[in-house]
Design a protein around this ligand. Structure first.
Ligand code: ADP
Ligand code: MG
Length: 185
């Protein structure tokens, strides 16, 4: 069983991943949660949601060695969760699919980058998913459902040629709806 949780930043993806893992643990299933090493925003050894919720995580590099580690270690558990899947190479999707034939796999990732372009690994994982949980945040501009992530540099929308990956929290990113998501030039 593969569940993929998608949406913009602040949509509650990590909260939902932790919720799904915790209920499996309460039912006595052995679970492991992976996260990529570059996302050390809050606590290096935990997956942390923006609302303070945390769960112990196994940190792996966001490259082919990390994907291999998820495959090998994941086999030892009943439940395998991976947060921030967009940072891993697309080959992670095949690993999630392979693990999912005999265990519960829960993956969470960003739908779109700051330019509004799909993250390959998330797209690919969604294609293999038995269930896609699509979450929205609240648009910081108008309060309507937000499906996109606005990057801000000194409070202004980041230009299109800014790098794809830039780790940041509430000072760098805002949830926005389609109408208020801006990508200048
Ligand atoms: P994600 O993993 O999708 O980034 P988290 O699970 O870490 O999301 O955090 C979700 C929490 O973020 C919400 O419960 C809320 O407390 C907070 N939050 C901050 N900004 C927003 C916003 N614009 N819309 C909704 N929730 C927000
Ligand atoms: Mg998250």
């Amino acid at each position: 069983m593969l569940v993929v949780v998608v949406g913009p930043m602040f949509a509650g993806k990590t909260t939902e991943l932790i919720r799904r893992v915790e209920r499996q643990v309460i039912a006595g299933r052995r679970a492991i949660v992976f996260k990529p090493s570059l996302d050390a925003r809050y606590d290096a050894s935990k997956v942390a949601a923006h609302n303070g919720l945390k769960f112990d995580a196994y940190v792996v590099p966001p490259d082919e060695t990390g994907v291999e580690a998820i495959y090998k270690l994941g086999f030892e558990y009943d439940v395998v969760a991976v947060d921030e899947i967009q940072f891993f190479p697309p080959s992670l999707a095949e690993v999630l699919d392979a693990l999912a034939s005999h265990r519960v796999v829960i993956a969470a990732g960003l739908n779109l980058d700051f330019r509004g372009e799909p993250f390959e690994t998330t797209m690919r994982a969604m294609a293999y998913a038995d269930k896609v949980v699509s979450l929205t945040a609240v648009c910081k501009t108008c309060g309507r459902p937000a499906t996109r992530t606005q990057r801000l540099i000194d409070g202004r929308p980041a230009p299109r040629d800014s790098p794809r990956i830039l780790i940041g929290g509430g000072e760098t990113y805002e949830a926005r709806c389609r109408r208020h998501h801006l990508v200048p030039k």
